[in-house]
Design a protein around this ligand. Structure first.
Ligand code: HEC
Length: 298
């Protein structure tokens, strides 16, 4: 997933660290971040530009990647987004981030409205802006130019969601008014849990499965015309997701990876998403409702 060779990463990390150690931290950092709005306009801003929009603060968070508390220097995300995109972004669907190494996670706008996100650019103690990712073989990863963090210390919900929605090395931020997969996306008013379930689905399932015809073609459709939630008992559905081999001896479906933080909750949110989709069926593109093969007609 993250494919930049280790050596290059360390060079990058050194560069970022030395740029960021200048005082004040971002005064001369030439690195810029691209912001693309729903109207396709692009603004390119440096850390200094961001500092002119809203003052940086020190924020203590529980750093799920390191399983420890850390204090970051960071800009509150909402004022930055309001200023860069205008309040319109609040009505959009998702904010898509692009990291230096090409990783492209996207986070529902609803989460930015429900919780306080921050764009971190340095450690408060001036240490190189890196971390030891205990979730990825203790790899030392550079975090800059920007790292998305959440004010999670007092939020049970955020603490439980672990390291999800915390992309680092952010070099591009794009507001998306339309969810990238219109037939697979839950309705816009769906709960934050359901939206997270959708994110999990895109991350862990859609490479193989389709929902309403959108997704990968390696495995069966899960929603149309009959949803798996309609004929698989909830406890078995959870077992399918966590341990498919305990249901089908020779299935090729892999269980949800063991290392995923809050694995159980991820499975539950996936099921909440599948439930909502079962009442949001849409015929897959190119299918005709009456075109289902009937058994015994050959
Ligand atoms: C590597 C491909 C792959 C991935 C990834 C995958 N599946 Fe599957 N899944 C399959 C295949 C193939 C089957 C068909 C049954 C079989 O071969 O055992 C299946 C079957 C299922 C079934 C049973 C469908 C039925 O009608 O009996 C459910 C439910 C399911 N998958 C859900 C999921 C969910 C949810 C995820 C994500 C957490 C997921 N799958 C990820 C390949 C995959």
């Amino acid at each position: 997933m993250r494919s930049i060779p280790q050596v290059l990463r360390h060079v990058l990390c050194g560069l970022l660290a030395s740029a960021l150690s200048l005082a004040p931290a971002f005064a001369q950092n030439p690195i810029t971040i691209e912001f693309k709005g729903v109207d396709q306009s692009v603004k390119t801003l440096s850390l200094k530009d961001l500092g002119a929009i809203t003052p940086a603060v020190s924020l203590k968070v529980f750093e799920a990647h390191e399983n420890a508390e850390r204090i970051y220097r960071a800009f509150p995300a909402r004022p930055v987004l309001d200023k860069v995109f205008g309040e319109e972004w609040r009505k959009a669907q998702e904010i898509a981030f692009t990291s230096i190494d090409g990783y492209q996670p996207s986070v529902p706008v609803a989460k930015f409205l429900a919780h306080d996100a921050y764009l971190a650019f340095a450690h408060e103690n001036g240490a190189p802006f890196t971390m030891t990712n205990t979730l990825q073989n203790n790899e030392i990863v550079p975090l800059g130019p920007l790292y998305l963090i959440w004010d999670n210390i007092n939020s049970k919900e955020l603490l439980e969601s672990g390291a999800s929605d915390m992309p680092y090395q952010i070099k591009r931020v794009e507001v998306k008014s339309v969810a990238p997969f219109p037939n697979m996306a839950p309705p816009a008013n769906a709960s934050v849990e359901v939206q997270r379930g959708f994110t999990h689905f895109r991350k862990h399932c859609m490479a193989c499965h389709t929902i309403n015809g959108e997704g990968g073609g390696k495995a069966p459709e899960l929603n149309y015309p009959v949803s798996v939630v309609e004929y698989i008992k909830p406890e078995y559905l959870k077992r399918w997701i966590e341990n498919p081999q305990t249901i089908r001896h020779n299935t090729t479906m892999p269980g949800l990876a063991r290392g995923i933080p809050n694995r159980e909750k991820v499975a539950e949110e996936l099921i909440l998403y599948l439930k909502v989709m079962s009442i949001a069926k849409r015929a897959p593109a190119g299918s005709s409702a009456s075109g289902m093969p009937q058994s015994g007609t050959r």
